[in-house]
Ligand binder design. Sequence first.
Ligand SMILES: Cc1ncc(COP(=O)(O)O)c(C=O)c1O
Length: 400
Amino acid sequence: MEMYRHTFAEINLDHLAHNIRLLQSSFPQTPFLCPMVKANAYGHGDVQLARFLESLGVKHLGVCLIEEGLLLRNFGVKAEILVFRGFDREGAEKILQYQMTPVVSTWEHIEHLEAAADQPVNIHLKFDTGMNRLGFRPEEAQKIFDRLWQNKKIRLKALVTHLYNGDDALDTQGQSAEQLRQLHAVSQIFKPFNIFCHALNSAGILNLLSLKQKPLPENHPLLLQNWGLRPGLMIYGYNPLEDKSVCQLKPVMTFKSQVATYRRVKAGETVSYGATWKAQRDSVIAVVPVGYADGFHRILSNKASLLFAGHRVPIAGTICMDYLMLDVTDVVGTQDLKKFKDQEVIMFGYGAGGSFLSADEIGTLAQSITWEMLTSVGERVPRVYTGVDARFIHDEVGGE
Ligand SMILES: Cc1ncc(COP(=O)(O)O)c(C=O)c1O
């Protein structure tokens, strides 16, 4: 891979494998384990990760766009690919041509598939149980059953819903519990199809895991049936719940760069656009070649501290399109700057000497969420794969 600027996202495949194996061993009986690799696998590189996930025994993958699924197929991904976004007639044809599984959420979707299919097509059916975004209303269940029962072109395989507040899934009176009860009730109508249901995202899955570690309560909605799993964030190593103790996930991405140059500034001088940072003492400023065009949000200007030589150092001044500056005075002290030539800087992830800066923390400072921090990492930032199987990735996908 050509890289003249040493700013990249290091993707640790051993950590991904750890997170996946944790799911596989915790839920050996699940009817459906479908890691979400939409949005370029949450910024980690979808083709590379999909192929690696297949090598770990993953049989189903979730994307949003038909285009995302096409890319995976074109790179030889064989797993079942679920397409969650809606589609028109043309989209239906592509889905069929590339043997993907549509998640159907409107009557029009059914019509498009019937028109496009010349042999039976497997579908998953989405119900809107409270997110108010996509899916049929539970009240429509019987009507859809009648439409699909003995339908020659459409084979219903599963029912789907999406939790909009999975954090509360332990609360039997909570919003998730209500959503799960609704989908369970709908699934009773569709029993003759021999379907399964999937509803749990990372928050739901981690709550279920914590429930299974205690004496099981009776009739908890999380235990109403053997729910299928659609983990996103957690396979990338982050736990969205407040309680992080349920299991040890390993963050997969380290977003890193290398200091391009240093500036010594005198007390009273300012740094970067708008002069928002003024040196209170004679200071050493590290210029780091990463900016908001790389997905490191400008709102973090003068707010976040990054890892420099394993130490937290504050961002000095406004983040530019291609650069940010760090006040490294406390780390460098009076030492010769040559000692810090090409020093590594971590925007989030693992740094020198066992140091770690969480994308959760950076997300909070950016008034954002971990999902957005990961998916924001820009297209021009190369992804570099590490871990025992990294060679497989580079060889197969031509990354290096
Ligand atoms: C339909 C669907 N299922 C599962 C997920 C995974 O969610 P999470 O990343 O919170 O695990 C998403 C993510 O947005 C989603 O849209």
